[in-house]
Write a protein that binds this ligand. Structure first.
Ligand code: GLU
Length: 484
């Protein structure tokens, strides 16, 4: 059974890089028919907060990254929060068993002693490796210090050989273990370290594959030697490339919003976000716009890149626009209405649901994010005063005046103008005046909206109340035809 885990620390809002890790785990689990476990790594009690765990759950739910076992839906390998596992004494038990088997030892070195060692190594230009003083203490010494309650840590006794592990993305990776200190399993405040908890839990939760960011590569040898010490086969590892800003440094708030839920709030569609994140570091075989099922079936770890993936907000916006364009009028209405500001809701309150549905649909090609709707609808929410002020900035040539006048007479003859009827009016004007399309549509648009661009004109005019357009055209006539 293939079992994967997503193991975030709830010490901040769910970061884009972290959700990409969750997403690749989810995709891989679906691809191979395995299970995905959510484990909350909250051993840092001071920095871990329930609201951050909530934010993790919100981000996962938004992208529909379901898990098979989690704190909320525990399976048989719980608890699924490390703080609860810690309280049950799981890590203490494993630490003591490693001491018993001489794979770990108590270290009573003070911070000052360790600092002095570190400074000495620096002076000699060597990488610092703990001297191992406490590994050589006698049984009596150890017992005396423990009885005296001398502050201490528990360190793992590193073997000295070279360790090579096959990374499913990067191929074989080797570490000379003699260059790695006897690392700390349990800190002096008695809390277990990340590497220790992670290896114990990956073992107890029967994790077969660990997919995580490449910033964890240096932790992997420490976790593998723990598996060896427990006499349990280590999982397979795959380290994903980092997510970078456009300047190729690690993605941070300097580049873009980094919390996943911010993208939801800015008006990105979850399907677009899923698709965009899926190609951040993975190259799909033929096209970039992919349904979730297509991603799942085409995904392979071999096609994950070894070099950093650039997070490009412009591309994400472009992709979001593609997904918005795929929505039906009803879907668009249901998706966009919740992001409309109260001010716009009020300004547009005279439109009924069917008109609003058509109104949103008429501007959909210009939407990159859902919240863009609030500027795009302004053309529908123009007051007479705003119209008149804006109109005064445009001048109309004689030909423009002829076109608009013709339009006014044909338009006023329609009872409830439909988009098709208005298109017919334009065809008539084109025919009568022999002018080009631009020379007809542009002056009519300006006369009706006092704006140079906007939604498809006949759609716009059929959505607006006829009386409102007539009021505007009367203002236009007053201002432009006074010498006629
Ligand atoms: N809690 C670690 C993190 O958020 C998990 C690392 C891992 O996947 O092993 O970075």
């Amino acid at each position: 059974m293939i079992r994967l885990r997503f193991a975030p620390s709830p010490t901040g809002n769910l970061h884009i890089g972290t959700i990409r890790t969750a997403l690749f785990n989810w995709i891989y689990a679906k691809h191979v028919g395995g299970k995905l476990i959510l484990r909350i790594e909250d051993t840092d009690l001071a920095r871990s907060k329930p609201e951050y765990e909530d934010n993790i759950n919100e981000g996962l739910a938004w992208l529909r990254l379901t898990t098979d076992e989690s704190p909320e839906h525990p399976g048989e390998f719980g608890p699924y929060r490390q703080s609860e596992r810690m309280a049950e004494g799981i890590y203490d038990r494993y630490a003591l068993s490693l001491i018993k088997e001489k794979r770990a030892y108590y270290c009573f070195c003070s911070n000052e002693t360790l600092e002095a060692e570190r400074e000495q190594a620096e002076k000699e230009g060597k990488a610092y490796v703990y001297s191992g003083t406490c590994k050589r203490l006698s049984e009596d010494d150890i017992n005396r210090q423990l009885a005296n309650q001398t502050p201490h840590t528990i360190r793992f006794s590193m073997p000295g050989h070279t360790l090579t592990f096959p990374d499913l993305i990067r191929g074989d990776i080797s570490f000379d273990l003699s260059l790695i200190s006897d690392f700390i399993l349990v800190k002096s405040d008695k809390s277990p370290s990340y590497n220790f908890c992670c290896a114990v839990d990956d073992m107890l939760m029967r994790i077969s594959h660990v997919i995580r960011g490449e910033d964890h590569i240096s932790n992997t040898p420490r976790q593998i030697v723990l598996f060896d010490a427990f006499g349990y086969p280590a999982p397979q590892y795959a380290h994903l490339p980092m997510i970078l800003g456009p300047d190729r440094s690690k993605l941070s708030k300097r580049h873009a919003a980094t919390a996943v839920t911010d993208y939801r709030d800015m008006g990105f569609l979850s399907d677009a976000m899923f698709n965009y994140l899926s190609i951040l570091g993975w190259t799909p075989p033929d096209k970039e716009i992919l349904e979730t099922e297509e991603v799942v079936s085409a995904f392979s770890l071999e096609k994950v890149s070894k070099s950093g993936a650039i997070f490009d907000v412009q591309k994400l916006k472009w992709m979001n626009g593609q997904y918005i364009r795929k929505l039906s009028p009803d879907q668009l209405y249901a998706t966009v209405l919740p992001v409309l500001t109260t001010e716009n809701v009020q300004k547009l309150s005279h439109f009924n649901i069917s008109e609003m549905t058509r109104l949103f649909f008429s501007v959909k090609d210009n939407l990159e994010t859902l919240t863009d709707i609030n500027t795009l609808v302004s053309v529908y929410a123009l007051s007479s005063k705003e119209y008149e002020t804006s109109l005064a900035t445009y001048t109309f040539s004689d030909s423009d005046k002829e076109v608009v006048s013709l339009f006014i007479s044909l338009f006023s003859a329609l009872e409830t103008p439909t988009s098709d009827q208005i298109d017919t009016i334009f065809a008539t004007i084109l025919d009568q005046t022999k002018l080009g399309k631009g020379k007809v549509l542009k002056p009519v648009r300006l006369a009706c909206t006092a704006t140079g661009s906007g939604p498809h004109l006949s759609d716009y005019l059929s959505i607006m109340a006829k009386s409102e357009i007539e009021n505007r055209l009367a203002i236009w006539q007053k201002n432009n035809l006074n010498n006629v």
